[in-house]
Design a protein around this ligand. Structure first.
Ligand code: PBG
Length: 328
């Protein structure tokens, strides 16, 4: 005798599968990372990120118009600056006329409604490739936080809608919230990289920005004293609750695929929107395997992004944003 319950009834046709589908991807879900370089008419492909580019500001203007017309409403800005501008304290990051500050103004000018988020971290400006200031082989937390707060204020003054601190220093969300409030930027948001793991999947991004930690004596060789240990789960909740208490509007898990258990833990724990950063290495893997003909690019891309959303993310920063939106 067959059971009365036959789950396959709800999988019988496309129509019923669509009716009972729980997770849908939508252009509104996506944040588009942009890599910006100094200069004119520059569009260079990042070797470890096929079909992804560093662009100069004159070309970024058209790019953001195209994104907006495709229905993509937010960007997350990263800048690659010349080595001559880098030092241990990341001083160039707080130059009012720096590349990031110019980028914010240029983009806001080109598409005023586009929601502009900015990366707040020292590594693209650090001669040592760290997200904090290095002293005697250590990352100095509180001095780094002061610098990050100044950097965040500068981005807000240039017109950024939301600041995205990706550094994992202790207390930086509180310091950034405070400096923003004191200066009248009460409606500038913070998307905190609250659960950011010390991941090997950031490799292609570090190629893109030339921001990897340098191999020198008295410089930590990796980021494991500030980014979280991939072996740990509970600390993701501790870090995220702290960031919310300190004033984060949106919290983030990074990378995506390997950390979907963390996304679900947070979705069950906090009320704030959860973002996931599907990082450069995740992008590179899909590109590489599909170029070999070993995986179906679009199918794998959609499956991974759907899984990220199903796990509990409501926003996804992804290098695939344009590719997905074309398919939807
Ligand atoms: C650093 C930063 C990194 C990424 C975003 N911000 C790399 C790192 O922590 O070394 C990685 C993003 C990606 O891999 O796509 N502040």
């Amino acid at each position: 005798m067959y059971p009365y319950q036959r789950p396959r009834r709800l999988r019988k046709s496309q129509a019923i599968r669509d009716l009972v589908k729980e997770t849908r991807l939508h252009p509104d879900d996506f944040i588009v990372p942009l890599f910006i370089v100094e200069g004119k008419n520059i569009k260079e492909e990042i070797p470890s990120m096929p079909n992804y580019y560093r662009m100069s500001l004159d070309l970024i203007k058209q790019e953001v118009k195209d994104l907006w017309n495709m229905g993509l409403k937010s960007v997350l800005l990263f800048v690659k600056v010349d080595d001559t501008l880098k030092d241990n304290t990341g001083l160039a990051a707080i130059d009012d006329n720096g590349l990031m500050q110019q980028a914010i103004k240029t983009i806001k000018n080109a598409v005023p409604e586009l929601y502009v988020m900015t990366d707040v971290a020292l590594d693209p400006f650090s001669s040592l490739g760290h997200d904090g200031i290095v002293k005697h082989g250590k990352i100095i937390n509180d001095k780094s936080v002061q610098m990050l707060a100044k950097m965040a204020l500068g981005h807000a003054q240039a017109g950024a809608d939301m600041l995205a601190p990706s550094d994992m220093m202790d207390g930086r969300i509180g310091a950034i919230r405070e400096i923003l409030e004191k200066n009248g930027f009460d409606d500038t948001g913070i998307m905190s990289y609250s659960a950011k793991y010390a991941s090997a999947f950031y490799g292609p991004f570090r190629d893109a920005l030339d921001s990897a930690p340098v191999d020198e004596a008295d410089v930590p060789k990796d980021k494991s004293t500030y980014q979280m240990n991939p072996a740990n789960r509970k600390v993701a909740i501790t870090e995220t609750l702290l960031d919310i208490e300190e004033g984060a509007d949106i919290v983030m898990v990074k990378p995506g695929l390997c950390y979907l258990d963390i996304v679900r833990d947070l979705a069950n724990t906090v009320e704030q929107p959860i973002a996931v950063y599907q990082v450069s290495g995740e992008y590179a893997m899909i590109k590489a395997a599909s170029q070999q003909g070993w995986l179906d690019h679009d199918a794998v891309m959609l499956e991974q992004l759907t899984a990220i959303k199903r796990a509990g993310a409501s926003l996804i920063a992804s290098y695939f944003a344009k590719d997905v939106v074309k398919l939807l």
